[in-house]
Design a protein around this ligand. Structure first.
Ligand code: M6R
Length: 615
């Protein structure tokens, strides 16, 4: 939520910052703004709405040239999406400018205090107080980094702050508590951003900031301290993808590109994790085998799409390890006083590694003595940093707000964790593990085949553009797939969409079924647990008898569904537990096409942000 960029170096700060904001717009698009240091002054521009509005403003009213600057793209929390509430915020003398991601919880008290001292605040935001406090502190110490440390010690809540001061040329200062902030180190230039994507076109050398740290950027050095001014530990790393990975690459939308990247992403998640003998080598899982053998309960915490990956993982984990597994929405977890101890393994799943609800859940789990394993896509993000171990998904940057390749790779990572636990605990024989690993290795090709046959799905989606409601049904691992299909449709097409366990239908939801209402049914394989298959075929008949228009996703060769499918979407035959990896793909394409047909913004759906860094 909210994207932040800061730059100091020889280039035009405005160019670097606005290009960075473009890459971060997925984090929020309620307003955008920039501030540039030039000739001992600060010049700012900000506009409600998308970045394009700011760009128009800058074309009409150019800012003076400068080589130090900051920028912000906003997802509104305190105060509506107006010009006045857009960042940067400045003090009354216009000498300091600040951008912020997060929520300053004690801002009301600070605002009152500042008003009593004669400050005039013009926005409804929690951020503006920081500009005024920085101005006050700077007048005492004439050092922006020191002023930032003094201010941060007074703030409560979650915040990433980046500031510039007119009287401190060629300096950008940032601070971080609970929200993401990464440093990019170039030749004679330095960057600050919420995500490396903002500066990847300039440098792939990054420094990960820790909790409660202040960073001062100059052209030739980066200095990091804690909030008290003491030396701070930081981790430098090399970003293993380049600028092209964060571009659309010829696709109309990032979402389409990311859907198409799934075969490679799935293969990359497996890469280097299977040895020549077919056993799993998860060296990154630093939790010792003897600790994993003692685990008597697994709890998965996650939000949104990642939560759906967790729901599917439960089936695999319990089946392969016989360890009880709970899956909980991270936002609910710590508030219900969950039962956790040293024998609990908590698995936190998060694409961004910054989701505040998931972060708070894992912190709670660790406080109770549980071990936490993160499944994450973003190197250097907070969730893996604060976990005992991490399994990276290696999906590459996911820019579209709607999660696609992150979901599939989270699933693959979950299967790997489940198998690894089975291997370590001896609940799976080596040859059984090899067989599943073989199946997993063939999924990339199966996803490729699904993608090649999507034209009828797109056509069907377009024909349903005027509908109001779509229901999704599934059983077993197909149930979370139904939930994921419904979530994709809600967030992209803004339609009423609900996922149900097909067996639950008769207990209420079937009352929703009306004549010609589209109902998508995810059918399990007729092989293996055929009882599941037969039951869902009955469910299809029940809804069809009540007028539903059935859209059936079924395995190639499953002839039993043919008489009851108004529309049939074929997927390659896959073992039951792995079926979500192929069955989800048509639902992603379906939602994307429906959104397009309804004229919606695919990559930036209304009211949403990619990375939810507030609770
Ligand atoms: O970054 P995370 O995986 O922690 O994000 C969790 C959810 O916010 C995310 O999956 C969200 O539900 C997606 N936008 C759905 O497509």
């Amino acid at each position: 939520m909210c994207g932040i960029v800061g730059y100091v170096g020889p280039q035009s700060a405005l160019d670097v910052v606005t290009a960075g904001l473009k890459r971060l717009e997925y984090r929020g698009y309620d307003s955008a703004g920039v501030a540039v240091q030039a000739d001992g002054q600060l010049a700012t521009a900000k506009k409600a709405g998308k970045l394009v509005n700011l760009e128009k403003e800058l074309a009409d009213r150019p800012l003076p040239a400068g080589t130090t600057g900051i920028g912000h793209t906003r997802w509104a929390t305190h105060g509506g999406p107006t010009d006045a509430n857009a960042h940067p915020h400045i003090d009354n003398a216009g000498r300091v400018a600040v951008v912020h991601n997060g929520i300053i919880e004690n801002f009301a008290a600070l605002r009152e205090e500042l008003t009593e001292r004669g400050h005039e605040l013009g926005s409804e935001t929690d951020t503006e107080v920081v500009a005024h406090l920085l101005a006050e502190e700077f007048s005492g110490c004439a050092d922006l980094a020191e002023a930032m440390r003094l201010v941060c010690r007074r703030l409560e809540g979650a915040f990433t702050l980046v500031a510039v001061h007119a009287d401190e040329p060629d300096v950008v200062v940032g601070a971080r508590r609970n929200s993401p902030l990464v440093v990019g180190v170039g030749e004679g230039e330095a960057f600050l951003a919420s995500d490396v994507a903002a500066f990847i076109a300039h440098t792939r050398e990054a420094v990960e900031l820790g909790q409660d740290q202040v960073v001062e950027l100059r052209r030739d050095r980066v200095t990091v301290t804690d909030f008290d001014g003491g030396t701070a530990d930081v981790r430098a790393y090399h970003v293993d993808w380049d600028a092209s990975a964060a571009e659309k690459g010829g696709y109309d939308y990032f979402m389409l590109k990311e859907i198409a990247e799934q075969p490679k992403a799935v293969a990359d998640t497996l890469l280097g994790r299977i040895d020549a003998a077919g056993s799993l080598t998860l060296d990154e899982v630093r939790i010792p085998a003897n600790v994993l053998r003692e685990v008597d309960k697994i709890v998965i915490v996650a939000c949104g799409t990642a939560f759906h990956a967790g729901l599917i993982a439960k089936y695999a984990i319990e089946h392969w390890t016989r360890v009880p597994c709970e899956v909980e929405l991270a936002s609910e977890f710590r508030y219900r006083d969950p039962i956790l101890d040293q024998q609990t393994l908590v698995v936190a799943i998060s694409q961004s590694g910054e989701t505040m609800d998931t972060l708070m859940a894992l912190r709670h789990a660790r406080e109770q003595g549980a071990k936490v394993l993160a499944i994450c896509n973003t190197n250097g993000s907070t969730i893996p940093r604060e976990s005992d171990a991490v399994l990276y998904t290696h999906a590459g940057p996911e820019v579209a707000v709607a999660s696609t390749k992150a979901f599939l790779t989270q699933l693959v990572a979950c299967y790997l964790v489940a198998l690894y636990l089975g291997q370590v605990r001896g609940t799976k024989w080596a040859d059984e593990i090899r067989a599943v690993v073989r199946d997993l290795s063939s999924v990339s090709g199966a996803v490729e085949r699904v993608l090649e046959t999507m034209e009828p799905v797109r056509e069907l989606a377009r024909s349903l553009a005027e509908k109001n409601t779509v229901l999704f049904l599934g059983r077993h691992v197909g149930y979370p797939v139904a939930l994921e299909g419904a979530l994709k449709l809600k967030e992209l097409a803004y339609m009423h969409a609900e996922g149900f366990a097909a067996g639950e239908l008769k207990h209420g939801p079937i009352a929703l079924v009306e004549d010609d209402m589209p109902v998508v049914v995810v059918v399990p394989s007729p092989r293996g647990r055929s009882v599941l298959h037969d039951k869902i075929v009955s469910n299809i008949q029940e809804i069809r008898a009540r007028g539903a228009r059935t859209i059936v996703i079924a395995e190639e060769g499953d002839e039993a569904v043919v008489p009851y499918a108004d529309h049939l979407i074929r997927i390659p035959a896959t073992p039951t537990l792995l079926q979500p990896l192929v069955a989800t793909v048509p639902l992603q394409v379906f939602a994307c096409e429906l959104a397009t047909a309804r004229g919606n913004e695919v990559d930036q759906p209304r009211n949403l942000a990619k990375s939810v860094t507030v609770e």
